[in-house]
Ligand binder design. Structure first.
Ligand SMILES: Nc1ncnc2c1ncn2[C@@H]1O[C@H](COP(=O)(O)OP(=O)(O)OP(=O)(O)O)[C@@H](O)[C@H]1O
Ligand SMILES: [Mg+2]
Length: 239
């Protein structure tokens, strides 16, 4: 198995609190891995470690075989896209929001590029002039994903991006994730509280609790956990 990310005994401590506790494991390249676990398990913290917003207190993270500490921060953020549930937008048009990642690095986004990006997330070109305030929750998330695609990331980190959406929008985003994974050959890690989503969309699953990785492997593991803790967690969540 080729590895996109490797964690080697990673710790992250904030003051007296150990948030990530000696986590080791690897994320398969080109696959969709879902990251599940109870609230406070450290899932979002792991994402922040992966794109360099915070650094491990101990241990190391390898991105495509190279220590995360050897990457230049802007290069790291181009390689690893991050989309959040809140999908933070600037006030203004869709085009303005889509241009943002390029403007940060002093480049411009052309209309053609913008249209290609929109169509890659199944949004109509006519949306470009619209104010982001007028977008639906689903459209907002698609725009947020389009924005991460600008830098042609190798790895996409998606943090609960469907949790506030209705069933139809959820399904559309699920289809989009699978399509992006295949078309652009992007490794995807997806935090979700929805275990149906985790088993259906994920090739692999990681279960985290208390800052530790308890189980990982083919996402079918969620139907047949090996540890009592995960069994209890899964039982509560599938209901
Ligand atoms: N900057 C911080 N300072 C102190 N504690 C923090 C910080 N960030 C996160 N934590 C704590 O670390 C633990 C893990 O938080 P994290 O947000 O990673 O969990 P999560 O698995 O993403 O949870 P959720 O499913 O609710 O999003 C929590 O107990 C949280 O309160
Ligand atoms: Mg979180």
């Amino acid at each position: 198995m080729e590895k996109a990310i490797e964690f080697h005994h990673v710790y992250y401590t904030d003051g007296p609190t150990e948030i990530i506790r000696g986590l080791s494991g690897s994320i398969a390249k080109g696959k969709i891995t879902t990251l599940v676990g109870p609230s406070g398990a450290g899932k979002t913290t792991l994402f922040r470690l992966c794109n360099g917003l915070i650094s491990p207190t101990k241990g190391d993270i390898l991105i495509e075989g190279k220590s995360i500490q050897s990457y230049e921060p802007t290069l790291l953020r181009r390689k690893i896209g991050l989309a959040l549930q809140s999908a933070t937008m600037l006030s203004g048009t869709v085009f303005k929001n889509l241009s943002l990642p390029k403007e940060i690095i002093g480049e411009r986004l052309t209309k053609d590029e913008a249209n290609t990006l929109l169509s890659s997330v199944s949004l109509k070109p006519s949306l470009l002039k619209k104010n982001v305030k007028e977008l639906s929750g689903g459209e907002r998330q698609k725009l947020s994903i389009a924005r991460t695609l600008i830098n042609r990331p190798k790895i996409l980190l998606l943090d609960e991006i469907t949790s506030s959406l209705d069933r139809i929008s959820k399904q559309e985003i699920e289809e989009l994730i699978v399509r992006i994974n295949k078309e652009f050959n992007v490794t995807i890690i997806w935090i979700t509280h929805n275990l149906r989503q985790a088993t259906q969309i994920g090739d692999e699953a990681w279960v985290m609790m208390n800052g530790e990785l308890l189980e990982s492997g083919n996402s079918n593991l969620l139907f047949n956990p090996q540890t009592e803790q995960v069994r209890r967690f899964v039982k509560g969540e599938f209901q």
